[in-house]
Ligand binder design. Structure first.
Ligand SMILES: Nc1nc2c(ncn2[C@@H]2O[C@H](COP(=O)(O)OP(=O)(O)OP(=O)(O)O)[C@@H](O)[C@H]2O)c(=O)[nH]1
Ligand SMILES: [Mg+2]
Length: 338
């Protein structure tokens, strides 16, 4: 039987090569692009669009969407910055942790940290919307993050009278899961090499499920191992291990078992990967509880404190001083752009 040609109207999608839908659909029949031929590019239309841009004489405001790698360079050039990698399987709660933190800032200072600005406000608003009453949903919801390049959310924070930028990386969980299958998938993950703090999320709801427990417990060390094998953590970032969806854990009849499992995961990771990370911390969070009576954002204040804590690891190490020039006594271990 002849093979059927796989076509997709989204030119960015590589489903024909990788078998993965860029829109994140497992059921391809609901993807609006799959199975359709890409449209011809209309040069005339492009010219019209360019004319409209040229004729515009208003003020262009920034789109305030999450940043790509180049966008983070501009932030880092302005202020001292902390970059945070948030890692976990699909649905682990990565985007919800970022959205929950932004929503906490709207209530006032978070722990010792005061909100001082952001260049990604529209990005924050769109990931928060579906968890708010204004969305008119019965339950909080979070869109799956689309596969593709990593994106960064930005908050400036005033802490102890000093201003710092916080850049939090968000990427589709499927891409992190693929590192467990093939370590080389971590090669292009810029956020891992550059992060000051790596944050590994453990999905509390799945850990409480008898059918998912073994997979959650087994996959986390495999993901970290794949990243380590790729030399992702040469800067020795700090490592936060975070149990998410604590409301689901507390409501479970297996609550004690889940808490015990989480402690075992945290200890196992700390013991196995001690040489690759600086400081370790473990946290329990509830970023987006299903029940409106449960406090939204619990535990994120302590996590933020850990994120903002200066990393003890020096970026340069003194070596033998020979000829009297101080600069010759320093060896760069890793450049700031990874
Ligand atoms: N009960 C409960 N559900 C949560 C919590 N945090 C997130 N969720 C839900 O878990 C699901 C996945 O959350 P996301 O934040 O989108 O997960 P993600 O890790 O970003 O997922 P991908 O983008 O697919 O990798 C959504 O339906 C959320 O509403 C929580 O604290 N409690
Ligand atoms: Mg997400």
């Amino acid at each position: 039987m002849a093979d059927t040609e796989i076509v997709c109207a989204n030119r960015e999608c590589r489903i024909a090569q990788s078998g993965k839908c860029i829109e994140g659909h497992d059921d391809l029949s609901i993807c609006p692009f799959y199975g359709r031929v890409p449209e011809e590019i209309d040069d005339e239309q492009d010219d019209d669009d360019q004319d409209a841009v040229d004729a515009f004489d208003g003020v262009h405001l920034p789109d305030a969407l999450p940043l790509d790698r180049g966008g983070t360079d501009k932030i880092i050039a302005k202020l001292p910055a902390r970059m945070i990698g948030v890692i976990g399987g699909h649905d682990a709660g990565k985007t919800s942790v970022i959205a929950g933190l932004y929503d906490l800032f709207q209530l006032g200072p978070v722990s010792n940290n005061i909100f001082a600005g952001s260049s990604t406000l529209h990005g924050f608003e769109s990931i928060c919307h579906d968890a708010r009453a204004a969305s008119e949903r019965n339950e909080p919801h979070s869109e799956r993050t689309k596969r593709g390049e990593v994106r960064f959310y930005h908050i400036d924070v005033r802490r102890n009278d000093a201003l710092q930028s916080l850049l939090i990386a968000d990427r589709s969980g499927e891409e992190y899961e693929e590192v467990a299958d093939l370590a080389a998938n971590a090669t292009d993950m810029f956020e891992l090499r550059r992060a000051d703090v790596i944050t590994i999320l453990v999905d509390g709801r799945r850990l409480a499920s008898p059918s998912d427990r073994a997979d959650v417990m087994g996959s986390i060390p495999l993901i970290i191992m794949g990243m380590v094998e790729n030399g992702a953590f040469l800067r020795k970032p700090s490592l936060a291990i975070v149990l998410t969806k604590d409301d689901a854990v507390q409501a479970s009849t297996r609550k004690e078992r889940v808490e015990q499992d989480f402690r075992a995961i945290a200890k196992g990771v700390q013991d196995e990967f001690a040489d690759h990370f600086g400081e370790f911390g473990s946290f329990v969070t509830c970023a987006s509880p299903a029940d409106t009576n449960v406090v939204r954002g619990a535990g994120l204040d302590k996590l933020l404190d850990f994120w903002m804590k200066p990393t003890a690891q020096p970026k340069a190490t003194r070596i033998h001083h020979r000829n009297g020039r101080v600069f010759d006594g320093l060896a760069i271990k890793e450049t700031s752009d990874g």
